[in-house]
Design a protein around this ligand. Structure first.
Ligand SMILES: [Fe+2]
Ligand SMILES: [Fe+2]
Length: 294
């Protein structure tokens, strides 16, 4: 039976990608698929794109591919091209070479595995690369996503939180993130799938799913944050991304949402006050509710 690895959400983190490549060399899957978000939220987008191009692994398009392409083409609101809170995105878009841009622009939204066509890969959901399937997704919503595709196994990413759900009509697996996990585990994460069949050629009866975690040199990535100029020139956003990487938890969106709700400029001076209100890793829904209700 073929073994299929799916890696995703590398986010410009080469040390994490290299560690996963070493693990894959040991695991020797028959096929490797890439779930998108090669770029964005990290300083080495170009290096990641070049490595994936070199490996020739089929890749779907994540929302961060769309996002940096839009920056590159200046198809974003004027203030994004000007205001300090967007300087990290401008830096990351500028860091990509012309070939990288051509490659990410060519990526498809979805495809199925060549060796196991029962496996469908998307970045977020079958309808959107900006919506994710996470621990908070209701069973009804997940069943609707499964019902919208012909295949019994839906593989996704985007939320940076691994997940494996068995439903009456199929299986949904979120493979997590190689370069920027949000589940409190700083290790690079990905998944390996193997279809179970009674015999060769028989219908797939189920899947064995292995969610893997691979330790890597996080300090090496943090040094790149400094050495590349990302931390210095990426402003408040680069600083928040660095904290996300260290805490393996979302911080950027909570900070921006907090700053807006409190009427505070999203600047470094606001960070101390923010961290009095917010602990990385705390459940987000009650935090956002609290902000909404004043
Ligand atoms: Fe992502
Ligand atoms: Fe994403």
């Amino acid at each position: 039976m073929p073994r299929i690895a799916v890696i995703s959400d590398i986010h410009g983190n080469m040390a994490a990608l290299e560690a996963v490549l070493e693990d894959l060399a040991d695991q020797r899957p028959d096929e490797v698929l890439v779930g998108g978000d090669l770029v964005g939220r990290g300083p080495e987008g170009s290096a990641v794109v070049r490595r994936i191009v070199e490996l020739g692994w089929p890749t779907v398009r994540g929302n961060h591919e769309d996002y940096l392409l839009a920056f590159r083409r200046r198809e974003v609101p004027d203030e994004w091209l000007r205001d300090p809170e967007w300087s990290a995105s401008r830096w990351m878009a500028a860091e990509l070479g012309a070939d990288d841009v051509g490659f990410i622009d060519s990526l498809p939204f979805t495809f199925t595995s060549r060796l196991a066509p029962e496996l469908r890969l998307v970045h977020g959901t079958p309808n959107s690369n900006r919506e994710g399937i996470g621990p908070w997704s209701s069973e009804r919503r997940v069943a609707e996503h499964l019902a919208s595709i012909a295949e019994p196994l839906l593989v996704c990413a985007h939320t940076h939180r691994p997940l494996h759900r068995e439903l009456p009509d199929g299986t949904v697996v979120n493979v997590g993130s190689v370069g920027l996990p949000f589940n409190g585990d700083r290790r690079a994460q990905y998944a390996i799938f193997e279809p179970r069949r009674a015999r060769e050629g028989a219908p797939v009866e189920g899947w064995s799913v292995e969610l893997r975690q691979v330790g890597y040199d996080l300090e090496a990535t943090l040094r790149i944050y400094e050495r590349s100029g990302f931390l210095e020139r990426g402003g408040i956003t680069a600083r928040l991304l660095r904290i996300e990487l260290e805490k393996a938890a979302p911080v950027l969106v909570p900070f921006m949402t907090w700053a807006e709700a409190r009427g505070v400029a999203p600047a470094p001076e606001a960070l101390d006050r923010f961290f009095e209100d917010f602990e990385p890793g705390q459940p987000l829904a009650p935090f956002f509710d609290r902000l909404r209700n004043g």
